[in-house]
Design a protein around this ligand. Structure first.
Ligand SMILES: Cc1cc2nc3c(=O)[nH]c(=O)nc-3n(C[C@H](O)[C@H](O)[C@H](O)COP(=O)(O)O)c2cc1C
Length: 193
């Protein structure tokens, strides 16, 4: 079976982030089909268009890491019904210089998790909006607004505890592996025409 290399970008910089734990669990559940690595965003200087001509090494590292992957999974909290600043910064860094966006055509999925009831719906759709502009085919279903996620959602090893949330995340992992495969297969068929 083909295994695809996927970059996981977590929108929270917090050490005990529930989103990071969800991301780790999801990777574990897809490990036979997806080789997932976290690509860190906390050290990226704030995007400045002046850097396009001569970018800081952190930008170059980040862009290379994304460019080398077959897909991208965003797992993020919602901040004030919007995208956390660190994640938006990373999206902007990867999108430039103009014409050299590393996001272009990467299959993606978006998962948002929150202790709140609506599971980061606002942030999820704002990330999706950026992905539309960036020409990333984003998995439509299952939608992933994970609400009421808190410390009790995880076992002692930091993985999701058995229960409905773990089952949903397992289905997401399968669906995303299918999605990445579908996009790459379709692209191969188009190239061979
Ligand atoms: C600045 C800030 C803004 C927040 N705004 C929202 C929000 O709009 N919606 C929401 O569901 N939770 C909001 N929260 C609560 C986060 O969902 C909660 O802190 C969550 O644990 C953050 O994700 P993490 O554990 O992955 O860091 C906010 C938290 C912070 C620190």
């Amino acid at each position: 079976m083909t295994s695809y290399k996927v970059a996981i970008i977590v929108g929270s910089l917090r050490k005990d982030s529930i989103n990071r734990k969800v991301a780790r669990s999801l990777c574990g559940m897809a490990h036979d089909r997806l080789a997932c690595d976290m690509v860190e965003i906390g050290e990226l200087p704030l995007y400045n268009q002046d850097y396009d001509a001569d970018s800081p090494p952190e930008y170059e590292r980040f862009r290379q890491e994304i460019a080398s992957r077959d897909g991208v999974l965003f797992v993020s909290p919602e901040y004030n019904r919007s995208i956390p600043g660190a994640l938006k910064n990373a999206i902007d860094v990867g999108s430039r210089p103009y014409g050299a966006s590393v996001w272009n055509q990467k299959p993606a999925a978006i998962v948002t998790a929150s202790p709140g009831l609506i599971g980061g719906f606002g942030a999820n759709h704002q990330i999706r909006q950026a992905c539309v502009f960036l020409n990333m085919p984003v998995m439509q279903h299952p939608e992933a607004y994970l609400g009421q996620v808190n410390d009790q959602s995880f076992a002692a090893d930091g993985r999701l505890a058995d229960g409905p949330l773990k089952d949903i995340v397992g289905k997401l992992a399968d669906a995303f592996a299918d999605w990445v495969h579908l996009i790459h297969q379709a692209r191969g068929l188009l190239a061979a025409r």
